[in-house]
Design a protein around this ligand. Structure first.
Ligand code: SAH
Length: 362
């Protein structure tokens, strides 16, 4: 296994069989974590980038088997934020130091290109120094282009799984891996900084599926990859399935850091949900982004993609302070610039302190 980890570090590329072997055996976890942490330090120092997440609608036309806001869940109170509410989330976030806003939501037909483009250009004209990320699912290429021209800089669209059969087992027939993939390549071609990603431990996921995820990420070469454990939601067909583990999530974060050293890699809320120290562990394994919630407290509980989601009762400022404290405890610090991907061997413009607490504690 050390040989494969060394090869990944050296060549930034493995074959399908090599990925399967490395993912199936976690025999050299500490060896891998030492390298992934060092790589993150080399590229990003002790900086942890913050993205302010605004969950602006939980209406969704899709019916993904894993997701708590799927259209068939009748027991979720639907909401959408008004333009003014979205702008006030940004104002609050800006004051706290956020320089990236992420507009995330279900696939909500109310938000036509016209409506979204108007919101995007208003945010960009008020906050020209901020990056704007969209995460609103699958749309047409012309729609993606329109939103890009309105000022959106980045787009997050998790591919969910790069195995077409596995994809079909997670989604109803009207969705397809082919379309998901085409959307990601279209986004890239238009000029967005792109994020893909997947859930760890989703039902039916095998080491071979994860190997295919790694190969897809190698091919797409996104700027960001969002991964977090699958967490069952009680109102979905996957309510009784078991969730993903912290151990496997950390292991995959570390592999991703070695695969693409300058990757923007969030320690996700889902990881913080299944382990109270999940996000800290994620950063120590090689992640370098956190995405605190800026949504109004009144609606947070309704954007419940999975059970027991954390931070649903906290004000934005509390989230910032809490995360800041958590990062400081492990020797990292939240940074407030836009956090564009590092160019070359970065970390030069950020102070590079070796984290105080080196080991990933179990
Ligand atoms: N509609 C947008 C945003 C989806 S929500 C889109 O299609 O991109 C963001 C991510 O949450 C999803 O891509 C999925 O990977 C994750 N997610 C959904 N349900 C989840 C669950 N039960 N456990 C963990 N992650 C989940």
């Amino acid at each position: 296994m050390r040989r494969l980890i060394d090869k990944l570090e050296r060549e930034r590329c493995l074959t399908r069989e090599e990925w399967i072997a490395l993912i199936a055996s976690q025999a050299e976890r500490e060896y891998l974590f030492a390298k992934s942490k060092e790589t993150a330090q080399q590229y990003y120092g002790n900086a942890v980038y913050t993205r302010g997440l605004i969950e602006f609608t939980n209406y969704c036309k899709n019916n993904c088997y894993y997701c708590g806001i799927r259209r068939e869940n009748q027991n979720v109170k639907r909401y959408r934020l008004s333009r003014e509410e979205i702008l006030s989330c940004c104002a609050q976030g800006y004051k706290l130091g956020f320089r990236t806003f992420v507009l995330q939501g279900g696939e909500d037909a109310y938000f036509t290109d016209d409506r979204l483009a108007a919101i995007i250009s208003e945010i960009k004209s008020r906050y020209p120094d901020c990056a704007l990320t969209l995460s609103v699912g699958e749309r047409s290429k012309s729609s993606y282009r329109r939103l890009f021209n309105a000022g959106a800089d980045r787009y997050l669209l998790r591919h969910e799984t790069a195995n077409a059969t596995h994809y079909r087992s997670l989604h109803p027939d009207e969705m397809s891996y082919g379309n998901r993939r085409a959307c990601l390549f279209a986004l890239k071609e238009i000029g967005y900084q792109v994020g893909c990603g997947f859930m760890v431990g989703s039902p039916g996921q095998t080491a071979a599926c994860l190997a295919e995820d790694m190969l897809f990420i190698t091919e797409l070469a996104p700027q960001m990859v969002g991964i977090g454990p699958f967490v069952p939601h009680h109102e979905t067909p996957f309510a009784k399935e078991s969730g993903g583990t912290v151990d496997l999530t950390l292991y995959l974060l570390a592999l991703l850091r070695l695969l693409k050293p300058d990757l923007l890699l969030p320690a996700t809320t889902a990881l913080g949900t299944i382990d109270p120290k999940g996000r800290e562990k994620g950063i120590l394994a090689g992640a370098n982004v956190v995405m605190p919630n800026l949504s109004p407290t009144g609606v947070r509980k309704q954007y419940e993609l999975y059970d027991n989601k954390i931070c649903t009762g906290d004000e934005a400022a509390e989230c910032w302070n809490c995360l800041n404290g958590r990062m400081e405890c492990i020797g990292y610090r939240l940074v407030t610039d836009r956090g564009d991907p590092a160019k070359g061997s970065g970390g030069k413009n950020v102070q590079c302190n070796v984290a105080k607490s080196g080991r990933i504690y179990q």
